[in-house]
Design a protein around this ligand. Sequence first.
Ligand code: SAM
Length: 249
Amino acid sequence: MISRIKRDLGLFFLALVLSALAGIVTFKLGALDRYAVRRVQELAQERTQEWNNHWLGIPVLQYPSDLLSYQELIANVRPDVIIETGTSAGGSAVYFSMLLEVLKPAARVVTVDILPALWQRTLAERSTELARLFAHIAFVEGGSTEPETLRRVSAHLRPGDKVLVLLDSAHSKEHVLAEINAYAPLVTVGSYLVVTDTHLDGTHWVDHAEGPMAATRAFLATHPEFQVAAEWNRFFLSACPGGFLRRVR
Ligand SMILES: C[S@@+](CC[C@H](N)C(=O)[O-])C[C@H]1O[C@@H](n2cnc3c(N)ncnc32)[C@H](O)[C@@H]1O
């Protein structure tokens, strides 16, 4: 009798230890996965500067995987207008323009930057060759959250336009939150607000502080009309994890 109790107790403790181990392994795998993604991201950024890409020879500060996601998103939504904050040299604006020219020739890109020099250089150097693509792009110079900039951006919108917004300018939480609040109302139902650089929170790119991800979460907490659309994040290497927000009403 005593030996049976001993055996049952032994089995019970073995089961306890095994389930605890299973729990640890499950947790560890989740944590390991997250670490692996983070590490690949760091290596891509710090060692190979994976964002240092070109589209038609113009610098485009996007991951290749995100460019594919944007392409699928744009082909899916077919917006009349893409508003982008953060033009830089214009690689992403030209990329969007090229897609729209094929998918919806009357559609256009409105792109905003506080510093016009890089975009002006692109225009000057490529004006003949890329004239067709530049014709779809309106550049607005100014701080993205300045009332005058917003007025000039809105002036490009027509009643009934389907609008998609991509935010890619400065990265502090305060700035991104101000941008989200300013541009979210322009996004039409069924379309998207894409907040880029949500992967930068806590890194040296934002002084190890909160950034676009925190801004996105703060916005979502009070705006149920937007929902995270995780299906656009199926590639692990992304500058906008959790940043694709679908307007549902
Ligand atoms: C990451 S780059 C944009 C990259 C570009 N979208 C691309 O994919 O090639 C960020 C740009 O945001 C601009 N910027 C920074 N602060 C800004 C602000 N407050 N308003 C508008 N543009 C800003 C910078 O001048 C810079 O050109």
